[in-house]
Design a protein around this ligand. Structure first.
Ligand code: AGP
Length: 367
């Protein structure tokens, strides 16, 4: 039957509020409650001897894939090639037989992703698809579908499907890392505990609407913003920038923080705010100094960080949203939630059609 908005103003708002439930449900699909171990269906290759993987998708699903790449390379020590599907389908890179082709899609019907899937299959890659729609064209043509429990997503801007995709990719990473002996069972357990705790932390972030609205008031008044992230926060910055463009029509670009000095910093003045995704950790100081450079050029600095980071960034930031402190493994899904909320709040201020933004379709079935 028809799905209502449950008292929310838009499907997007409702779907944002479903993040905790969707992450929890998706974890329940893969985590054995008795043994506290992640159990995946049998993968179509031998995890130990696997030499290489390739990840491809479009839009937000691609950014989920980029995060998957950081995880799989870092923790499972698996080299990953990566490209958007519209490029991958024509790129014709060299392959060894039996590699992993990893596709990510909410709908399972995106034309470019489906074409990339077919190209990878033709190149004898084993296809794993991370899909919300398990009865889709991509599902039918995959060697293995890793499903998620995001439910139907109606808003054109993807929200809950994205964190569900990350949840699946996180489980895949932990299983592969253990199987390949590249992470210890203790470390895997630590990460899993952080994942299981994530729905509660995300629920806390959803309560931070007021602070995010304040940031949105700044963002809604400008024509362009720059999102910055370093390491695994870079794809989260890309997700934030895409969402802002899609529903508020504010131009936003995401840069790897270290790349600023190679060009984009020329854009900075007091009309182009910089939004930084800055959890404390080994990369914190580097990104902080990138922000100081932006600040010195008149940039307005808006920051998502944790309590420890907030202390360090206080003197240069115009606004700080202090997020819960979490294990570094789960910072990508956690920081996704406020950047999606920011786009939503900015769109409300601009009065755009949040659920049906101009020029966009929910599922892009043409090339
Ligand atoms: C995200 O907000 C988008 N509307 C869009 O980028 C989307 O993620 C992309 O079109 C891929 O769709 P899919 O996940 O259904 O393949």
């Amino acid at each position: 039957g028809a799905i209502g908005k449950d008292g929310y103003r838009h499907y997007m708002e409702k779907e944002l509020h479903e993040h905790p439930v969707v992450i929890g449900q998706t974890l329940r699909r893969f985590v054995n409650p008795v043994t506290h171990k992640i159990e995946l269906p049998e993968l179509p290759f031998d995890m130990k001897s696997l030499k290489r993987g390739i990840i491809t998708a479009c839009g937000s699903a691609f950014y989920a894939g980029v995060i998957g790449r950081y995880w799989l390379e870092e923790l499972a020590r698996l080299p990953i090639d990566l490209d958007v599907a519209s490029e991958m389908r024509y790129r014709n890179p060299p392959f060894d037989k039996g590699g992993m082709g990893l596709l990510v899609s909410q709908s399972g019907e995106t034309a470019d992703t489906l074409a990339a899937l077919r190209a990878l299959k033709k190149a004898d890659q084993k296809i794993i698809s991370v899909l919300n729609n398990e009865h889709s064209s991509m599902a039918r043509e995959s060697d293995l579908v890793l499903g998620m429990d995001a439910g139907v997503e109606i808003a054109v801007a993807s929200t809950k499907a994205f964190t569900a995709q990350l949840t699946v990719l996180a489980c895949l990473t932990l299983v592969m890392g253990q199987e390949r002996g590249t992470i210890t069972p203790q470390y895997a357990d630590e990460c899993l505990t952080a994942l299981l705790d994530l729905p509660s932390r995300v629920a806390e972030v959803l309560q931070m609407q007021e602070q995010i609205q304040k940031m949105a008031q700044i963002v809604a008044q400008v024509q362009s913003v720059i999102y910055l992230g370093r390491g695994i926060m870079f794809p989260v910055a890309m997700e934030g920038a895409l969402k802002l463009k899609e529903i508020s029509y504010i131009h936003a670009d995401a840069y790897a923080a270290g790349e600023m000095k190679h060009g984009p910093i020329a854009l900075i003045d007091n009309t182009v705010p910089v939004i930084a995704l800055l959890p404390s950790g080994p990369l914190f100081e580097k990104t902080l100094s990138n922000l100081q450079e932006a600040k010195a050029r008149g940039g307005r600095i808006l920051v998502f960080t944790d309590a420890k980071g907030a202390e360090r960034v206080q003197s240069i930031a115009e606004q700080i949203v202090v997020l819960p402190t979490v294990h570094s493994f789960v910072t990508p899904p956690l920081y996704t939630v406020p950047v999606q909320m920011l786009a939503y709040e900015a769109a409300l201020l601009k009065g755009t059609d949040v659920d049906q933004p101009r020029n966009l379709a929910k599922s892009v079935t043409v090339e």
